[in-house]
Design a protein around this ligand. Sequence first.
Ligand SMILES: Cc1cc2nc3c(=O)[nH]c(=O)nc-3n(C[C@H](O)[C@H](O)[C@H](O)COP(=O)(O)O)c2cc1C
Length: 192
Amino acid sequence: MTGLTDLLARRRSTKAYRRDPIDADVLRDLVATVAGPSRHGRRGHGSAHARYDVHITVITHAVTGVAAAAYRYDQPLDDLVPVTTGDFLAAVADATIDADWLADCPAALVLSADTAAADDAFADQGKDRGTRFCWIETGLIAQNVYLWAAETGFGTVLLGGVDDDAIAAAAAQWLPPGHIVTAVMPVGTVPH
Ligand SMILES: Cc1cc2nc3c(=O)[nH]c(=O)nc-3n(C[C@H](O)[C@H](O)[C@H](O)COP(=O)(O)O)c2cc1C
């Protein structure tokens, strides 16, 4: 099998995680791989007009070497930058429809976008076009996270079933201004 064929064969959603902490470098590797510039200065996913409207916030709960907090992936810096200290994962879990277990995961990525700004940018293409592109870009990044997980052996899943009002309240302290949450993706070790 080719590398990609093998990765796609191993791609899966994980909905049970070990509580063991993961290392902060795992998260740095993850965000740099799925959203950062490659050796050639390119990204692993496309973006309409190369706007890169979808941002990643990393919520840490049990991560060795860093406090429980919300971190923003800073693309030019290619690093995780603290936004607000605190353990926010239980509140995010409460905002999901069916993923209470998320509260005990080591960490989660929260994908988000300013869809109103994107709609303004793409107004010439039609109503809500920017919003549509943000959801498509979210899917591209999410698949990259799945492929990273298949390669590294860590677990993830795309949690799209979230209560919009509850997640907005849970994320109020750390979501970029004007953003809505488009996906929540836990990261952790898969039980044997
Ligand atoms: C758009 C989307 C939304 C999803 N939302 C949830 C969710 O809210 N909760 C959940 O447990 N799984 C969610 N999943 C994961 C699916 O349950 C999972 O992809 C499906 O069962 C197929 O399993 P696989 O990914 O291992 O192939 C979602 C998947 C997608 C693509």
